[in-house]
Design a protein around this ligand. Structure first.
Ligand SMILES: [Zn+2]
Length: 712
């Protein structure tokens, strides 16, 4: 102790004594209290060496931290800081080398202690790092401490690997498997847990889709067993909703197929001391022993399930979301973002009856993960058309001319800045020249002055070089467009629509063109319509409001204007006449068919449009029977009089039915005779026809003359 006492000086005693207490693991903190007690006893040693009790500072914030690295050990870093600041006269620790189990940390601490003349004390003795022998001893202790840690680890790791390779290492089991009293793996005795897993595997075998499994659990409102991974409840079972990634984990875990496996993932530490886990391919697993214990499925079934998943993944992989332009006709593939939840939207095609594929933009990631309805699905055809129109409108010659004008203005401003920078270079050159002249003028023997002037000259040369650099950099940055570049840009505006509309341009190339211009498009569908926020590469935004696309039945409806026109025409015309007028004007039904009298009648029935006949009757015109009664004549006489123009009427339908104006005078037989003779309309016998003598006229004689009213 006399040797020890001689190392302690008044200088040491004026500073604080730092006691560093640490236990590697929480287990040690709780159970290895002896070690902690011994560490705190060092406090008594410090007091014995002459430090007042109130000057012994205890640092014990690192309880439960490993000494393998200084990272994350706040207390150790605090200790090093205090020593560096010269506040510590002595550092106390049980087996001092365990202060740091990493040699780099330990030697740094030794060096800092030597610089600041700080002593080190452990149970074996007192060391002065300034003393070579003490320092050598401390260095050896550090090396041995690290070697000890390494050997412990290597022995443990070797034991673990050997046990794992034999399949004897007890590993945490996934929910559904448990260790029995003899340490053998069996299925969980809880029938609820077993049934949940059997239901999962059964549903997957039936549907071949992990998402369908999630949906089935969701639809039946079933929960799924899980184990707490960490924390105070680690290993305990709890029930929660089944998610897509959980289904994938279960399907990928060979333990459910009764196989023992070890080393499916790799754990490593990065430069910051943080731990990471990465999955290994199956051929790099350390152990895989099929048939090691009972399972829920056979190993063959496990392999089949993985093959199904791999095939599913190729069709709907993550990379399809924002992937490169593909052949499909969806113009915005890989560029659409959901305006409701912010996720990327995928493309889904449906085929129309004419064989064309029509895109829909769908946001379904969350829906798939939780078996809930998808976020939104938006018909893409109208959006694609609007975007194409926007692109063509944006790239007009006028717009490019404006852009070129702005470029000119920027170039002019850059030229002004260039002059300012050039002046700065000139000033620096002048200063450097002046410094050089001053240096050359002084007597070289006068070192004091010559050195100062030389340093000054060097400074000025450095400033000059910096100014030159700045000038060159700025010149490179602000290269303005030359005439050929301008011409090419103008030509692009003229060529672009032709290139875009050319049917020979592949869809993939159109999508590449879109990608050169657009960053992305955000879609929101509401009951009022579809809102598209388009972001251009230059940071410009554009908002498009599109109506909701019509349903198939809405698209087939006859437009209201056509219905109104038909209604109007029927005031004066029969169905047949109206169809002739419509055909002449090239008007078709909503389905694209030309109107026939039958179709027109069906339309009128559907839209409750009154027929021409009904309209004429509404104005008070009389039927054949009615006028015959009114004039007291035979119906055939009425027809003949009408033919001869002695009474007036209107054609009411396509069958030739006439309606007659009321209140007309009955023609006298003389009038009938005269008119009949004048028109040469004679009967078979050669004499003129007289209804009262001849009786009814045969039906086919003299079709009624129709008056067709010309329409505008
Ligand atoms: Zn969404």
């Amino acid at each position: 102790m006399s040797d020890a006492v001689s190392k302690v000086t008044a200088g040491h005693l004026r500073r604080e004594a730092y006691l560093y207490v640490r236990q590697s693991t929480l287990y040690q903190v709780a159970n290895n209290t002896e070690s902690t007690r011994r560490q705190y006893d060092l406090r008594g040693r410090a007091i014995a060496l002459g430090w007042p009790a109130e000057h012994v500072v205890t640092i014990d914030v690192d309880q439960g931290q490993s000494g393998a690295s200084a990272a994350d050990r706040e207390g150790f870093q605090h200790l090093v800081a205090e020593v560096s600041l010269g506040k510590a006269g002595i550092v106390l620790g049980l087996e001092c080398s365990r202060l740091a189990r990493n040699n780099a940390d330990w030697h740094r601490l030794l060096q800092i202690c030597a610089f600041n003349n700080t002593l080190i004390l452990d149970e074996d003795g007192l060391y002065d790092p300034c003393n070579f022998n003490d320092r050598l001893l401390l260095g050896l202790k550090g090396t041995m401490s690290e070697a000890e840690l390494y050997l412990i680890r290597a022995r443990l790791r070797g034991g673990i690997l050997a046990k794992a390779q034999r399949g004897e290492l007890a590993l945490p089991l996934p929910a559904g498997l448990v260790y029995d009293a003899c340490g053998q793996v069996t299925l969980d005795p809880d029938a609820g847990v077993r049934r949940a897993l059997q239901h999962l595997f059964g549903t997957f075998t039936a549907t071949g889709s992990a998402r369908a499994v999630v949906k089935a659990f969701h639809a039946e409102n079933l929960s799924f067993p899980m184990h707490h991974q960490s924390g105070p409840h680690a290993g305990e079972l709890y029930w929660t909703t089944l998610t897509h990634d959980r289904v994938l984990k279960v399907l990928h875990n060979p333990r459910y197929a009764g196989a023992y496996c070890y080393g499916r993932s790799r754990h490593y530490q990065d430069a910051d001391g943080r731990y990471h886990t990465a999955a290994r391919p199956r051929d790099q697993w350390i152990t895989l022993i099929p048939g090691a214990h009972p399972g829920y499925i056979s190993f063959d079934q496990y392999e089949t399930n993985l093959a199904v998943l791999a095939a599913n993944a190729a069709a709907h992989g993550e990379d399809r979301k924002a992937g490169p332009a593909r052949e499909g006709p969806a113009l915005l593939q890989g560029l659409v973002v959901c305006g409701k939840c912010g996720r990327r939207m995928t493309v889904r095609y449906h085929t129309r009856t004419d064989g064309t594929a029509v895109p829909d933009y769908v946001c379904q990631v969350t829906g798939i993960a939780h078996g809930t309805p998808i976020c939104q699905a938006i018909p893409g055809a109208s959006i694609d058309a609007a975007i194409a129109g926007l692109i063509l409108d944006t790239l007009t010659p006028l717009a490019l001319e404006v852009a070129l004008t702005v470029t000119d203005e920027l170039a002019a401003r850059a030229a002004q800045a260039d002059q300012i920078r050039a002046a700065h270079v000139e000033r620096a050159q002048h200063a450097a020249d002046a410094a050089r002249r001053r240096y050359l003028a002084v007597d070289p023997a006068n070192r004091l002055v010559a050195d100062t002037l030389e340093a000054d000259w060097n400074d000025k040369l450095r400033e000059l070089a910096d100014a030159h650099d700045d000038y060159n950099k700025a010149c490179h940055a602000s290269t303005s467009l030359d005439d050929t570049q301008r011409d090419r840009i103008r030509a692009l505006a003229a060529d672009f629509p032709a290139l875009w509309n050319n049917p020979a341009t592949p869809m993939r190339e159109r999508k590449r063109l879109i990608r050169l211009l657009l960053t992305d498009a955000t879609l929101i569908k509401t009951s009022d319509g579809i809102t598209v926020h388009v972001r251009f590469r230059g940071g410009q935004n554009h908002l498009l409001n599109l109506p909701l696309p019509l349903n198939a039945w809405q698209q087939r409806q006859t437009p209201q204007t056509t219905i109104d026109l038909i209604d109007q025409l029927l005031d004066e015309h029969t169905y047949h006449q109206v169809t002739e007028i419509l055909t002449q004007r090239g008007i078709t039904s909503g389905e694209g068919n030309t109107f026939t009298a039958g179709r027109l009648r069906a339309h009128c029935d559907r839209y409750r449009i009154r027929s021409h006949y009904q309209r004429l009757r509404d104005t008070g015109l009389l039927t054949l029977d009615e006028i015959a009664r009114e004039l007291g004549a035979h119906s055939q006489s009425i027809k003949r009089w009408y033919r001869l123009g002695l009474i007036t009427g209107r054609l009411a339908d396509d069958r030739g039915t006439c309606l007659y104006h009321p209140g007309q005078a009955r023609p006298t037989p003389a009038q009938v005779e005269d008119t009949g003779r004048t028109l040469g309309n004679t009967h078979r016998s050669g004499r003129s026809y007289h209804p009262s003598l001849d009786g009814p006229l045969p039906q086919n004689v003299g079709a009624p003359r129709h008056t067709v009213h010309a329409t505008s």
